[in-house]
Design a protein around this ligand. Structure first.
Ligand code: RTP
Ligand code: MG
Length: 137
């Protein structure tokens, strides 16, 4: 069993895709371990995307991710990290295959609907950033 951190980004929330996306993960068979609606602070955004601090797109990324409510969740299942990334599709929607979340619902890299942890270390770090232990059931 593995846990991963997943976030529906502000564009996904704004466009009313929360139900569609949750349904995909539930139907796949992942267990929902934590779930919350929140508006990300500047500080949390900078911590979450710390690996990209020196990239040219960092200021825009932080501005976007703090621009409106997001839905944060923890999913559990066999190979959850890689499986969720597979269901999300490639980072750039032009490379994301139809049938994936980004392939079906996104057109630009700046607003690509969903985030999922990339590695077990990232998952552990991101889960701890967004959830207190008692919020994981
Ligand atoms: P995420 O962290 O959001 O799940 O996306 P990811 O792992 O697929 O991609 P990552 O390399 O971690 O990039 C994080 C987010 O930054 C934006 N980005 N923009 N303009 C660009 O070249 C560029 N590269 C990345 C994307 O919105 C990406 O989701
Ligand atoms: Mg990433």
């Amino acid at each position: 069993m593995e846990r991963t951190f997943v976030m529906i980004k502000p564009d996904g929330f704004r466009r009313g895709l929360v139900g569609e996306i949750l349904a995909r993960f539930e139907k796949k068979g992942f267990r929902l371990v934590g779930l919350k609606l929140l508006k990300i602070s500047q500080d949390l955004a900078e911590k979450h995307y710390a690996e990209h601090r020196d990239k040219p797109f960092f200021p825009g990324l932080v501005a976007f991710i703090t621009s409106g409510p997001v839905v944060a969740m923890v999913l559990e299942g066999p190979n959850a990290i890689a499986e969720v990334r597979k269901m999300m599709g490639a980072t750039h929607p032009k490379d994301a295959l139809p049938g994936t979340i980004r392939g079906d619902y996104a057109t630009t890299i700046d607003e690509n609907v969903i985030h999922g942890s990339a590695t077990p270390e990232d998952a552990q770090r991101e889960i701890a950033l967004f959830f207190r232990p008692e919020e994981l059931l």
